[in-house]
Design a protein around this ligand. Structure first.
Ligand SMILES: [Zn+2]
Length: 124
C-alpha cells in the first residue's frame, strides 16, 4: 500500500520501519510524517513513544488511538520544515464525514540521536 504520509512511496519503504521500531526517524520531518501515518493506521503506541518522555503526561494512548480511528486521514501537506520544527496541514474527514484541516506548527527535540515530538501550536 502507498504510505499514508503521502510521500509517494510504499508504506514498507517509508513509515513502516519506524512504526515497527526497526529504525528511528532520521529527521524531525520524517518523524512528523510517521506520526501522521500512525494516526491513519492507527498506532497509538507509536504516537505515545515518539512524544518526548517529559510531555507524555499530557497525552493518553487510548485517546490518540481513538482520534486516529474515528477520523479518516486523507492527506498530509508539509508547509515548512527546519531542523526541529515542522509546519503542516493534516486533512481528514471527521466522524460525520465532514472534511477538516488540522494546521499545526510542531516542535521536535533530539535526545540521544532520537527525535521526539515536544508540542504543537494550532493555527486557525
Ligand atoms: Zn510515510
Amino acid at each position: 500500500m502507498n504510505c499514508p504520509c503521502c510521500s509517494g512511496n510504499l508504506y514498507e519503504n517509508c513509515c513502516k520501519p519506524f512504526h515497527s521500531v526497526e529504525q528511528h526517524a532520521p529527521t524531525a520531518e520524517a518523524l512528523m510524517r510517521s506520526r501522521f501515518s500512525a494516526f491513519a493506521i492507527p498506532n497509538g503506541e507509536y504516537l505515545m513513544e515518539t512524544t518526548l518522555p517529559a510531555k507524555r503526561k499530557f497525552h493518553n494512548k487510548k485517546d490518540l488511538q481513538e482520534w486516529g480511528e474515528i477520523n479518516e486521514w486523507t492527506k498530509l501537506e508539509i508547509l515548512k520544515s527546519t531542523l526541529n520544527q515542522v509546519e503542516f496541514k493534516a486533512y481528514y474527514n471527521d466522524e460525520n464525514g465532514k472534511p477538516q484541516i488540522h494546521h499545526e506548527h510542531s516542535l521536535f527535540e533530539n535526545v540521544n540521536g532520537r527525535w521526539y515530538y515536544v508540542s504543537g501550536k494550532f493555527i486557525d
